[in-house]
Write a protein that binds this ligand. Structure first.
Ligand SMILES: [Zn+2]
Length: 233
């Protein structure tokens, strides 16, 4: 398409991981070097590890998966979250869709929700990056996106400024469901990172209380205690 060709020159395509130019008209999201060094989350990754073993919490989500290990995509996620690279949310969604297609998550889902952003941060950042990612994923997967499916009631402090135990307390009772009937539904919570799982578990909890049949999460990256590192994400 001519328009793609023109757009390539206006906005030269960059590797979504390292940010370097990938070359015109190649139509690749990840450069060869990053593709070679990609670190994917292992299939047997225990996402509930921190919740169960470090926080002693009941786990409310029924399953979920992440694509990359956080340390591999750290710089990219920082650009997405803190430096205005909003368009990365669409690229993440495309990669997530390709990666999880055929895994059964999309086939049985009735709707996709996002983790609601802190209002204060929405003001300073100017966009809801989590909603943008989740909305794009829903669009690509042809699944209903419930944009206000989960509401946030308190302006929690950023989870990455807290220790493991404080993270759970910080998000406790922070959410409720919006004006949508989740009864009997299979719901996907889409987000950029899965860390301790405290936030996603709290969202899954309110969905389950409101009658959701099955709640899974899909994220672009995963990090934290279950990785065996103390990386503060
Ligand atoms: Zn790269």
């Amino acid at each position: 398409m001519v328009i793609d060709y023109i757009m390539d020159f206006v906005f030269p395509p960059r590797c979504i991981i390292c940010g370097k130019l990938t070359g015109y008209c190649l139509n690749i999201k990840i450069c060869h070097k990053c593709a070679e060094n990609a670190e994917y989350v292992e299939d047997d990754w225990d996402y509930a590890y921190t919740l169960k073993n470090k926080l002693g919490q009941k786990v409310y989500f029924d399953g979920g998966k992440a694509v990359f290990k956080y340390k591999f995509v750290k710089k990219s996620i920082e650009r997405f979250k803190y430096f205005g690279a909003r368009s990365l949310g669409k690229e993440y969604a495309e990669i997530m869709y390709e990666y999880f297609a055929g895994s059964g998550f999309f086939e049985k889902a009735d709707c996709i929700v996002s983790v609601p952003v802190n209002k204060h941060r929405l003001k300073t950042r100017g966009y809801d990056q989590a909603g943008y990612l989740a909305g794009n994923l829903a669009n690509i997967a042809n699944i209903e996106f419930v944009s206000d499916g989960i509401l946030r009631h308190k302006n929690t402090v950023p989870q990455n400024s807290l220790g493991v135990n404080e993270r759970f307390e910080n998000v406790k009772n922070a959410f409720s469901v919006g004006n949508y009937n989740f009864k009997g539904k299979n719901v996907i919570i889409a987000d950029d990172i899965f860390t301790t799982g405290a936030t996603i578990n709290e969202c899954a909890k309110v969905l389950k209380i409101s009658g959701a049949e099955n709640v899974c999460f899909l994220t672009f990256a995963a990090a934290g205690e279950s990785l065996g590192s103390d990386e503060n994400v």
